[in-house]
Design a protein around this ligand. Structure first.
Ligand code: NAI
Length: 794
């Protein structure tokens, strides 16, 4: 074709990026890679290797070591040996290493981008312009945190040795999201890249050598799920950070339940892309291209569910189809390609299977007519319309270039549809009306909301999910907290294991032999005192064995009623912080006026002195959280784009609380007050040792303007009530104080809906010391951060 003809046709010619340097790099390593352990390359202990392929043509790129438990052990050992020295370095010195890594990423950016594209299949335009620059930005940003950490987080220390497991969709970027904050806060790491995409992690190991990073600080062990599992189960790992499927996230939660590993999980999503009728439709369509066809849709926060206001649906579908017809699918090293290759055959099969099922369930499938490459794993951009909200393609992550479209009529319906999945990772809202956009953003159950934009990420802005999309944040200040712990907590002594975890059932009585009804403390559900479903009660005795009274013996049904009441009261989260503060002050006022009565009740169990101190400090604690209620603010981040990101601290929802045994009143107030202060509703099980305190608490809450259902109290045996609480799908988080056995049960039983769990890790918290038992640390666990990105400028 002549130039003149090309000028008229305006057809793309091939514009391939040169893979020469990447191929030379592979050849320099003889196309065979060992693990990177203790600063050196180590052969796999089992002698096994597996191949990694270029999904755009199916060709083998290199052989990579298959890690086993012995390799993981060697890597963890190296990380542990390096840990204290790395922690002891001056913050400025750690900052220099991170800065050096950022510089090296930039220097080698071309090699890294090409290698990423060859191993993963993503368009070079994306790896070159998005992934690798963000990797560098992450190391720069965290070089800054390394410098500032000691002064910004006094009293905190690193977790220690961190195991990190990452997926294949953003191989080097996920590595950066994991390694940069871990190193900045003084941890050493063992990272396992995904089996489909290990190469850039191995190239990064080379950069660690080039930067002179002390041996053992970063270790990279390649392998499959079994290698990841060995890392998760290794007893000398202090924290696991995982990104990947919800299914594996759940397995990790189960595998670590009996350990004290700190966990952060970034899991799947089914993110809504909501377009209102007043949106700039052309911009929204461009956003959608980015939202679902970026990285072939293999993106955890992909805008895979299009929710369109009914009045614009036909116009919008027309525009989307037109735009889809211009997308180019092809070899990812071609710079003029929009959609590259799917990472592997299994993923392609999965996409095909799910689309077929969606069509079987009634969806209409539309794909533009376009030339597809003959070799490699490709899937065309796909639009599924008339999708029913319960269809598999509206509920489950497809992880491919497939958009499922639905309509709504009102903002309220949009929010309902948007929140109608088990996930809660990201969301987009398109409307020119800022009031509507922010009103909707506030109601979305998602860790990130992009207003009139999509897929923006930055190292300064936390990213992570609500609900089954996981918990913990990556990026920003909150991301750093995932890699540290308060020193006092890390070194707190163990609580003794309870001698009798099994309830003594002969204490239970039925109504016929029960003492007069006025001596039995009832349950407190929905703002009312109610009799337990079983009609049974438990005898409560003093330290000397004298009968003090009867407390209701709550059961499964009572917990369910309490959860229902708590759910109904969730408008508590929408009351103003000032109001919540006033209610907590009022509680303190009422406790103060009943001081001597409450001391009198408590002293038979804990002694007069402790009873007096508990009441005094409970007053102080209520005041403290009343003070915090309107001061635990979020932040406004300034990412390097024309956006601000508003980071809001939002309540988690309905929280189940197992209160500490030994400090009945102060322990209860110390856990419940921070949860209420930030807008959660609560179902609490008070101290099994002195549940009669519940009677005093009802009076307190009844007279303090707390709306019915915001706080619910079910007395009874922890061993029976915890299970129902932990397994309940309408409980969003569990706070559990107890011995090792109790907290392990709380963790193990709550994996079903992946609810967030905070426990005392079987350690003794000094509830009388406000440095331990009060403040930001509790509030941080009582909230989750939502980042709302809002663009500015014309
Ligand atoms: P996956 O969750 O199995 O793999 C992610 C990482 O976890 C890999 O490094 C893998 O080796 C490791 N792993 C697997 N089993 C493990 C175990 N039992 N213990 C510890 N580590 C383990 O994801 P997969 O199979 O690659 O993709 C399947 C689906 O998961 C995708 O179709 C997609 O829906 C979802 N996914 C979501 C991602 C996200 O970013 N949220 C990323 C990758 C996949």
């Amino acid at each position: 074709m002549s130039i003149a003809e090309k000028f008229v046709a305006m057809e793309y010619g091939p514009a391939p990026e040169d893979p020469k340097d990447a191929l030379a790099w592979l050849d320099r390593h003889s196309r065979r890679f060992e693990h990177f352990i203790d600063g050196a390359w180590r052969q796999p202990a089992g002698g096994a290797y597996f191949d990694t392929h270029d999904p755009s043509n199916g060709e083998k790129l290199a052989a990579v070591s298959q890690g086993n438990a012995a390799d993981i052990d060697a890597a963890v050992h190296a990380a542990r040996a390096a840990s204290l020295k790395w922690q002891a370095l001056k913050p400025h010195v750690r900052a220099r290493y991170l800065y050096a890594l950022a510089r090296l990423v930039q220097k080698h950016s071309r090699l890294l981008a090409v290698l990423e594209t060859m191993d993963n299949g993503k368009p070079i335009r994306e790896s070159r312009d998005i992934d690798i620059p963000l990797v560098a930005r992450h190391f720069y940003h965290h070089a800054g945190w390394a410098q500032l950490c000691d002064r910004e987080f006094p009293g905190y220390e690193p977790c220690g040795v961190v195991g990190q497991i990452i997926p294949w969709n953003f191989p080097l970027l996920m590595l950066a999201w994991k390694i940069a904050p871990a190193l900045a806060t003084g941890n050493t790491v063992v990272l396992k890249p995904a089996e489909f995409t290990p190469l850039t992690a191995l190239a990064f190991a080379g950069l660690c050598q080039e930067a002179g990073l002390p041996p053992g600080v970063v270790n990279i062990v390649t392998g499959d799920g079994a290698t990841g599992e060995a890392l998760v189960k290794h007893p000398d790992v202090d924290k696991i950070a995982f990104t990947g499927s919800t299914e594996v996230g759940r397995a990790i939660r189960a595998a670590t339940a009996t350990s004290h590993k700190k966990i952060s999980l970034e899991l799947g999503g089914k993110s809504p892309f909501i377009i209102f009728d007043d949106a700039d439709l052309d911009s929204a369509v461009e956003g959608l291209v980015d939202g679902i066809w970026f990285n072939q849709g293999q993106v955890c926060c992909a805008g895979s569910r299009l929710l369109m206001q009914e009045s614009i649906a036909d116009t919008l579908i027309g525009k989307i189809r037109d735009r889809m017809s211009t997308l180019r699918v092809g070899p990812p090293l071609d710079k003029a390609i929009d959609i590259g290759a799917i990472v592997a055959r299994v993923q392609l099969d999965r996409i095909q299977r799910m689309v077929a099922q969606g069509v079987e369930e009634g969806a209409t499938c539309w794909q533009p007519k376009m030339a597809m490459p003959e070799r490699g794993f490709y899937y065309p951009p796909t639009l599924l319309s008339n999708v029913h909200p319960t269809s598999i393609v509206a509920q489950q992550e497809i992880f491919g270039p497939v958009l499922a479209a639905m309509t709504f009529r009102t903002p309220r319906e949009a929010v309902e549809l948007a929140n109608n999945t088990v996930y809660g990772l990201a969301s987009c809202v398109w409307s020119e009306n800022v009031n509507v956009a922010l009103h909707v953003a506030a109601q979305l159950k998602a860790g990130v909301v992009w207003v009139n934009c999509t897929n923006l990420f930055d190292a300064a802005c936390g990213f992570g999910g609500y609900r089954e999309s996981g918990y913990g944040r990556e990026g920003g200040r909150e991301g750093l907290l995932e890699y540290m712990e308060p020193s006092w907590f890390k070194h707190a002594p163990k609580l003794p294991t309870a001698n009798s975890a099994v309830p003594v059932l002969d204490h239970e009585k039925d109504d016929s032999s029960a003492p007069p009804i006025d001596r039995t403390i009832k349950l407190y559900i929905g703002g009312k005192q109610v009799r337990p479903d079983s009609g049974y009660s438990m005898a409560v005795k003093s330290a000397s064995g004298e009968l003090l009274g009867e407390a209701s013996l709550g059961n499964r049904k009572d917990i369910r009623n309490a959860v229902e009441a708590a759910r109904k009261a969730e408008s508590w989260s929408k009351t103003t912080a000032h109001n919540r503060a006033q209610v907590l002050y009022y509680c303190a006022e009422n406790l103060s006026s009943r001081r001597s009565e409450v001391v009198g009740h408590l002293e038979s169990t804990v002694g007069k002195q402790q009873a007096q101190v508990e009441v005094e400090l409970s007053l102080e604690r209520l005041f403290a959280y009343a003070a915090w209620a309107d001061k635990f603010d979020g932040a406004v981040h300034n990412p390097p784009f024309r956006n601000i990101a508003i980071a809001m601290n939002e309540p988690i929802g309905t929280v189940g609380v197992i209160c500490p045994l030994e400090v009945p009143l102060l322990g209860f107030i110390s856990l419940v007050a921070p949860l209420l202060a930030v807008g959660n509703t609560v179902v609490a099980v008070p101290s099994e040792k002195f549940p009669l305190i519940a009677g005093d608490l009802y009076q307190l809450f009844d007279t303090s303007d707390i709306p019915g259902g915001v706080i619910n109290i079910v007395t009874g045996y922890v061993s029976q009530l915890l299970k129902t609480l932990a397994e309940h799908d309408d409980i969003d988080a569990i706070w559990c104080c107890g011995d090792d056995t109790t907290v392990a049960a709380a963790k193990a039983m709550s994996t079903g809906n992946l609810k967030q769990v905070w426990t005392n890790e079987g350690r003794a918290i000094d509830w009388f010391d406000p440095h331990q038992a009060e403040g930001r640390w509790f509030l941080e666990h009582a909230t989750q951060v939502k980042n709302i990105w809002v663009p500015y400028g014309e």
